[in-house]
Design a protein around this ligand. Structure first.
Ligand SMILES: [Cu+2]
Length: 286
């Protein structure tokens, strides 16, 4: 290949790369969740921190991915046998400054991105998403136990006495209601296989594993109705494992909780041990 056609090829590659990158940025900036495009609508207090993190990662890694794809395409198009290039095997050379330079830049970008992501994700977890200490210290925090099974979510609130497995518990099926002004701490387990309790609009997800109790926090903000999904393929009816998360104002939540607690207390049967699937809250103050 002549150096002129090589230059033309490189300009073409760079042009296509730049165009793809710009269109990608535009697509991310104009997400329309209701149209099924982009991330689900963020209805939580800190969800935007997750979204920013995802977009940062995509921004760094997409150009590398595109360059690599175009590099392979160029090799296939410009160096095939029809153009007189004979396939041969060699071990490469550390003396090729262009190849070494490209590798060094790629390693540096990915390495820097990994180190940055490591510190940032740990910081986000400690400060918000796994900060159970602050959430448990907040008097408004709502505590919920979720017991997953094939193929539904059993949900239990402690009721006015604050204790689980007592007659004033609120128990629902696939129906989680929370106020919009406080963190919600969920403890969850499963009775059969591994499920994953997923609240896409809260940017929260945690596995429900038989034999152990996992914990998660989410911070609802916008009043509305949102999906609860199972993010772990858990059997033939996995697709049916859908629940409804309803975010209410504090007043509406209190009204619902009071009424629901009174209603379910009539149904309490001390001998029905299967219905008493709740457990003692695992969080203990230091
Ligand atoms: Cu499931």
């Amino acid at each position: 290949m002549t150096s002129r056609s090589w230059n033309r090829g490189m300009v073409l590659l760079l042009g296509v790369t730049a165009t793809a990158w710009s269109w990608g940025a535009v697509a991310l900036a104009t997400v329309q969740p209701e149209a099924g495009v982009g991330l689900p609508r963020d209805a939580s207090v800190y969800g935007h921190l997750i979204d920013d993190f995802i977009i940062e990662d995509i921004t760094v890694e997409t150009p590398l991915f595109i360059v690599m794809c175009l590099w392979l395409l160029a090799a296939a198009l410009f160096y095939n046998s029809k153009r007189g290039h004979k396939a041969m095997y060699d071990h490469g050379s550390w003396k090729n400054p262009v190849a070494v330079g490209i590798c060094a830049v790629a390693v540096f970008i990915l390495g820097a991105d990994d180190v940055y992501s490591w510190f940032k994700s740990n910081n986000l977890l400690d400060t918000y998403f796994w900060n159970f200490k602050d959430a448990e210290a907040n008097s408004k925090t709502v505590r919920v136990e979720v017991n997953a099974h094939q193929w539904a979510w059993n949900i239990r609130y402690p009721g006015p006495d604050g204790k689980f497995n007592t007659p004033d518990d609120i128990v629902t099926l696939n129906d989680l209601r929370v106020p919009n002004d406080a963190p919600v701490v969920v403890e969850l387990t499963s009775v059969d296989v591994i499920h994953s309790f997923w609240l896409p609009n809260m940017r929260a997800k945690e596995d429900a594993v038989p034999g152990m109790v996992n914990r998660m926090i989410f911070y609802p903000k916008e009043v509305g109705e949102y999906d609860i999904g199972c993010a772990q393929h858990c059997g033939v009816n996995h697709y049916k494992m859908k629940g409804l998360l309803t975010v209410l104002s504090r007043n509406d939540y209190e009204m619902w909780a009071n009424e629901a607690s009174q209603n379910t207390s009539h149904l309490w049967d001390p001998d029905d041990t299967i219905a008493h699937w709740g457990w003692d809250w695992t969080w203990k103050k230091d």
